[in-house]
Design a protein. Structure first.
Length: 193
């Protein structure tokens, strides 16, 4: 669809960190193959991933949260342009201060990397018993596996936070997590059986 491609190209031109194709395809396939109807996304940016998820099937409804007002406004415009405003609900706010009702089949965490553990612990309350929490950017451009790729202090700190999140997932009593080296590194967490 041309409009979605336009949204993608504009985001890339403006350095908006949208999800890579591999990651998007992975989640869209997951939605298709696992009867996912309700998606909650933390970090909408300009609505690109939410629009992709809602385009998988007419039965998919997405709720997505974005704290940056400019990105939120652009996302609202993009969602209206593609005619998905009835199936995508976008909220402007900090996801750590927003309360969402109801249960979701898939929760996608793609916001501030330093807060992933907090997002996870807060939003697991909104997960259906057979739902999944998917997280993006766990390899952070390969730097998580090879810290020598950066000498930037802030980036190193961020990578430390991502490692803590991976550790949190690996040692979680409630969830089993599978890690995938696709896109920028994706994990899928499910309640232990
Ligand atoms: N999922 C989008 C990309 C999201 S980029 C896509 O693939 O198309 C990450 C976004 O998360 C940024 O726009 C940033 O403003 C937002 N964000 C970061 N921390 C947040 C928070 N605590 N609450 C809500 N949004 C947040
Ligand atoms: Mg991301």
């Amino acid at each position: 669809m041309g409009k979605i491609l336009d949204i993608k190209n504009k985001a890339l031109e403006n350095n908006v960190p949208i999800m890579q194709d591999e990651g998007i395809n992975f989640i869209c396939d997951y939605i298709k193959n696992n009867n996912v109807h309700k998606v909650l996304e933390i970090g909408s940016a300009v609505g690109y991933s939410a629009i992709n998820f809602a385009s998988v099937d007419d039965s998919v409804e997405v709720t997505t949260i974005e704290r940056d007002i400019n990105r939120y406004n652009e996302a609202v415009k993009n969602i209206n342009d593609v005619g998905l405003n009835e199936r995508i609900t976008i909220i402007n706010g900090d996801a750590l201060e927003t309360n969402i009702d109801g249960k979701y089949d898939l929760i996608f965490i793609d916001a501030a990397k330093s807060q992933y553990i907090k997002f996870f612990n807060k939003y697991k309350e909104n997960l259906n018993s057979d739902g999944v929490i998917i997280s993006d950017n766990l390899s952070f451009h390969g730097i998580v596996d090879d810290i020598s790729l950066t000498h930037n202090r802030n980036t190193r700190q961020l990578v430390g936070k991502i490692k803590k999140y991976i550790d949190f997932l690996e040692n979680n009593d409630e969830f089993d997590t599978t890690f995938y080296k696709l896109g920028d590194g994706v994990s899928v967490s499910k309640f232990k059986k």
